[in-house]
Ligand binder design. Structure first.
Ligand code: MRU
Length: 329
């Protein structure tokens, strides 16, 4: 069964509070851009494409309530600095306003296009997945992280529906546990065989030949293909290289930031150390010990076997191939 992270209701947004999953399906009713900005910042909604969609609805709500559009733009854009879809989507909304377009329609189109892109990536990506593949994935890149279906998890979903008999290793993804809480929840609903592992188990499984393919999403991709994604992705890419395992990034064209030459130019979000020193409600570290909570890392293009987009597959990952793929219609 396919799940949905949010529903636009014309004058408000219903948002599934992802902090409560998998224990409780609690829906938040968000009526203005401030509430939407808060929901993005505090991770009630997360995943770059979903953030982009929800921010577009926040822009609609703010502007329709007579707020200054530039101020609305700033409040929404100061929430998650790495997720490029956020800026892509807000820039598109600002442009629609300048052109006098219907803002609700524009936001609905952003959502619809993201869903269609995911279905296309699922279709193209599933052709790369052999029968019986043991797939490893990180974070949550499913319906919850997008307008529906998912990016990397969308490829998993499409492969399963094609009868490929896949199994999935789910990295739990410290500290927010997007893997064990959200990806496992989606896989269960879809009836896809899976097992949750600690992030540290991945290397051991690779050394035993238990991983055939790694599929991850992206928060922002620079012009040369360097990719920012959930912390731990870079480590997986190095392990994949050492073990000769194909490492695929699955992301729509709206995640590419061609204004940045390479990965080191991508702003990487740091979050509160409190989030790292807690697991749910339990304190798991001395309160006086300082911690470093960086939410993303950068995987160099040379570690990525291919990037699967809705426009085609980028392989090998080079600046020229990124340009060629994204400029195709
Ligand atoms: O901090 P999060 O949960 O927003 O991070 C999400 C990821 O890293 C995803 O891999 C990425 O946004 C792509 S989701 C389709």
């Amino acid at each position: 069964m396919e799940v949905k992270a949010f529903h636009w209701k014309g004058d408000h947004l219903l948002l599934l509070d992802q902090r409560e999953l998998p224990h409780r399906e609690k829906w938040l009713r968000l009526e203005n851009h401030i509430q939407i900005a808060e929901a993005i910042k505090n991770m009630a909604v997360r995943g770059a494409p979903a953030i982009g969609c929800v921010a577009a609805y926040g822009f609609v709500l703010g502007v329709e309530k007579g707020e200054d559009p530039q101020r609305v733009y700033e409040i929404l854009s100061r929430t998650r600095p790495t997720a490029y879809n956020l800026f892509w989507s807000l820039n598109r909304m600002k442009r629609a306003l300048e052109l006098g377009r219907d803002l609700q329609k524009e936001a609905l189109n952003i959502e619809k296009e993201d869903y269609q892109a995911n279905r296309l990536m699922g279709e193209k990506g599933s052709e790369l997945i052999p029968q019986g593949a043991k797939i490893l994935t990180h974070c949550n890149t499913g319906a919850l992280a997008t307008a529906g279906w998912g990016t990397a998890l969308g490829v998993v979903r499409s492969s399963h529906r094609k009868g490929k008999r896949i199994t999935v290793w789910v990295n739990e993804t410290r500290p927010y546990l997007q893997g064990s809480r959200l990806t496992a929840w989606e896989l269960l609903k879809e009836g896809i065989p899976h097992r949750i592992i600690t992030d540290m188990t991945a290397g051991f499984l690779m050394s035993k030949g238990e991983v055939d393919i790694i599929l991850v999403g992206a928060d922002r991709i620079a012009a040369n293909g360097d990719t920012a994604n959930k912390i731990g992705t870079y480590t997986l890419s190095v392990l994949a290289k050492a073990h000769g395992i194909p490492f695929y990034v699955v992301a729509p064209s709206s995640t590419f930031d061609l204004s940045l030459r390479e990965g080191k130019d991508i702003p990487v979000e740091e979050r509160s150390e409190k989030e790292l020193k807690r697991c749910g409600v339990a304190e798991i570290a001395p309160s006086d010990s300082p911690a470093y909570h960086v939410a993303f890392d950068i995987t160099p293009a040379e570690n990525i076997t291919a990037i699967i987009t809705e426009k085609g597959i980028i392989h090998p990952v080079t600046k020229a191939n990124v340009e060629k793929c994204l400029s195709s219609v």
